[in-house]
Design a protein around this ligand. Structure first.
Ligand SMILES: CC(C)(COP(=O)(O)OP(=O)(O)OC[C@H]1O[C@@H](n2cnc3c(N)ncnc32)[C@H](O)[C@@H]1OP(=O)(O)O)[C@@H](O)C(=O)NCCC(=O)NCCS
Length: 187
């Protein structure tokens, strides 16, 4: 899937590969610098994790063993990773995958998360999922607003979090346009 923008060249949503190790490590470092590990902590946000994630997806044998999906939005011009997301749980035998997403602090507010979420929903549908789940801190207004606008419904999960569920809509199964426009940087 190609995302085009007049400001930043072509952005592409796709599964991570061994070519993304450095870009993913740089994204994790930026998220840590921005203290986003307090909102997004699916695993340690370290260079070592970036290596292990991208190696997993480059080795055919391990891909078969690990049935989860790890994706990125890549700026093909800059060669950088501007967002990272995953659908997990299949490897452990769950039917409904858990979604997680983070956008580079410098690329927020441009519609990247919304389009990346739609990409991940299509990946989930392609894998046969009818629902997606996620956990989100109640005070994370940006993420809660995004998920609500995409049709997630919430129930309490402990005192601090919501458990969100989305029923993947039939219309999301329709063919998707090949290019979308992102908003320019707010600044
Ligand atoms: C949450 C996050 C993924 C949003 O990424 P983004 O690319 O800035 O989001 P988008 O530009 O696609 O915005 C999509 C929607 O999110 C909501 N949103 C985004 N930023 C917002 C903000 N600062 N305040 C309130 N709502 C916001 C809005 O509903 C927005 O829709 P709109 O632009 O039509 O109003 C990003 O802020 C992030 O990576 N945060 C840190 C990691 C994190 O919290 N991940 C989620 C863990 S559950």
């Amino acid at each position: 899937m190609l995302v085009t923008t007049s400001h930043d060249g072509a952005l592409q949503c796709r599964r991570i590969t061994s070519a993304d190790t450095a870009g993913l490590a740089a994204l994790f470092a930026a998220l840590c610098e921005h203290h986003d590990y307090r909102l997004f902590h699916p695993h340690p946000l370290t260079a070592e994790t970036a290596v292990s994630l991208t190696e997993q997806h480059s080795c055919h044998h391990t891909v078969l063993a690990n049935r989860d999906e790890y994706h990125a939005v890549v700026d093909q011009t800059a060669g950088s990773v501007v967002a990272y997301g995953m659908l997990r749980g299949w490897s452990e035998g769950f039917e409904v995958p858990s979604l997680g997403i983070a956008v580079h602090p410098e690329h927020r507010g441009r519609g990247i998360a919304r389009q990346f979420m739609q990409h991940l929903h299509r990946v989930a549908i392609g894998r046969g999922a009818e629902q997606v789940r996620l956990k989100v801190y109640r005070h994370n207004q940006a993420a809660v607003g995004l998920y609500e606008s995409l049709g997630y419904t919430f129930t309490p999960h402990g005192e601090a979090e919501w458990l969100g569920i989305a029923h993947l809509a039939t219309r999301a199964r329709l063919p998707v346009e090949n290019s979308w426009s992102t908003r320019p940087h707010a600044a």
